[in-house]
Ligand binder design. Structure first.
Ligand code: TXA
Ligand code: MG
Length: 327
C-alpha cells in the first residue's frame, strides 16, 4: 500500500495526518468530521476560538464548500491557486462549526505541493489543516520539525489516537511562512494575515485591499503577546530591534546571536546572516529560529528588516516570535 493510500485510510478513520504544503507542514483531518477536527485542537493544544484553514484539491471543490462564490474569488483562484493564498468566504453547512471556531465563514485554499495535491485528490474531500506544531510554537517547514513537535507519538509508533497517525515527508517547504489570508466575506477585501501574496499583487485583481494586523510600525511599543492572536515564539528569550537601534545593542559575548538581513557588525560575535530578499528570508526563517532555539543560547537578537510592504509578512512573523528589546 502506498503512503498516500495509507494516509487516506487513516484520515477516513478520523485520525490525523501531517502533510507538506508549499508554505508550512499542515496537520490534516477530514474537514467534514467534527470529531476528527476536534483532535486537531487537542493535539495542538489550540484554543477553540482560532479557526482552521480548509485545504481542497481544486477550485471546483472549493466552490462546493463556499456558500457564495463571487467573481473576485474566481479571479483570485485562477491567478493564485494552487498557491499560498487562503480565501475566506461564507461557509456551507457541510463544514462543521468547530472547523471555523463557530464563524459563519471558512478559509479555503488549494496548496501548491505535489504530495498535498495527491493526498487531497486521493482523499476526495476537504482537509482541515493548521500548521503541524503545538500551539504557540514556531511552524514546521520540514518533516523532521513535525517529528520534533510530536516526539511521543513518534516513540509510540504514531499509535496514540490523539496524535498524528502519520507524517508524509515532502521535503523542505518552499515558501516557509503561512499563507496570506484574504477575507472576501465583507464589503472590502481584507488581509487578515500577511503572507507571500501581497496586497500589491491582490489589488489589480480585486480592487482596494485593507490590511489588518499587518506589519507593526517601527518603534511602536511592544504589543503584548495577548494582543496578537498567536505568539509563535522560540523558548529562548528572543528580542527584536530596528536597524536604527543598532548602536544600543551591547551583546556581551555569551552566545548571543543576531539574525540580520543586512550588513553585519563584527563586534557582535556569532551572527547568522539572513538573505536580503523577503521570499528567501521567509523560506529559511522558521528553520533558523528552530535551530537557534535548540542551541542553548542565552538570548537571540533579531534585527528587523525594513518596514516596507515587501517585508510585511516577514515582519509580522518576527513581531510574533520576538519581544521588544529591554534597553
Ligand atoms: O499556509 C497555511 O495557511 C498553513 C498550511 C498548512 O496550509 N495553514 C495554516 O493554518 O496556517 P491555520 O489553521 O494555522 O491558519 C488559521 C488562520 C487563523 O488564525 C485565521 O487567521 C485564518 O487562518 N482563518 C481561518 N479561517 C478563518 C475564518 N473563517 N475567518 C477568518 N480567519 C480565518
Ligand atoms: Mg499555525
Amino acid at each position: 500500500m502506498s503512503d498516500i493510500d495509507r494516509a487516506v485510510e487513516v484520515l477516513k478513520q478520523g485520525r490525523l495526518v501531517a502533510f507538506p504544503t508549499e508554505t508550512v507542514y499542515g496537520l490534516g483531518a477530514d474537514a467534514t468530521n467534527a470529531r476528527a477536527v476536534g483532535k486537531i485542537y487537542s493535539t495542538k493544544g489550540r484554543p477553540g476560538t482560532n479557526p482552521l484553514i480548509v485545504h481542497v484539491a481544486s477550485v471546483e471543490v472549493a466552490r462546493r464548500y463556499a456558500g457564495v462564490w463571487p467573481g473576485a474569488a474566481e479571479r483570485l483562484a485562477e491567478r493564485f491557486w494552487p498557491g499560498p493564498l487562503t480565501i475566506v468566504l461564507p461557509k456551507m453547512p457541510a463544514i462543521p462549526g468547530n472547523v471555523t471556531a463557530g464563524l459563519g465563514t471558512v478559509g479555503l485554499r488549494v496548496p501548491d505541493h505535489p504530495l498535498a495535491l495527491e493526498l487531497l485528490r486521493a482523499f476526495d474531500g476537504p482537509l482541515a489543516g493548521p500548521s503541524a506544531n503545538r500551539s504557540t510554537r514556531v511552524s514546521p517547514t520540514t518533516a523532521r520539525h513535525v517529528r520534533e513537535e510530536f516526539p511521543l507519538s513518534a516513540a509510540a509508533g504514531f499509535d496514540d489516537a490523539n496524535e498524528p497517525a502519520m507524517i508524509l515527508d515532502g521535503g523542505a517547504c518552499d515558501v516557509g511562512i503561512e499563507s496570506t489570508v484574504l477575507d472576501l466575506s465583507g464589503a472590502t477585501p481584507t488581509i487578515l494575515r500577511p503572507g507571500r501574496v501581497t496586497a500589491a499583487e491582490l489589488e489589480p485583481i480585486v480592487g482596494r485591499v485593507i490590511v489588518r494586523g499587518g506589519s507593526v510600525e517601527a518603534g511602536t511599543p511592544a504589543a503584548s503577546p495577548g494582543q496578537q492572536d498567536v505568539h509563535y515564539a522560540p523558548s529562548t528569550p528572543t528580542y527584536r530591534f530596528e536597524t536604527s537601534q543598532r548602536g544600543l545593542i551591547t551583546p556581551d559575548g555569551h552566545g548571543i546571536v543576531v539574525v540580520s538581513p543586512l550588513r553585519i557588525f563584527k563586534e557582535w560575535g556569532p551572527i547568522v546572516a539572513m538573505p536580503n530578499d523577503p521570499a528567501e528570508y521567509a523560506q529559511h526563517l522558521y528553520a533558523v529560529l528552530r535551530k537557534l532555539d535548540a542551541s542553548g543560547l542565552r538570548a537571540i537578537f533579531v534585527e528587523m528588516p525594513p518596514d516596507v510592504p515587501a517585508w510585511g509578512a516577514v515582519r509580522d512573523r518576527l513581531m510574533r516570535a520576538t519581544q521588544v528589546m529591554p534597553l
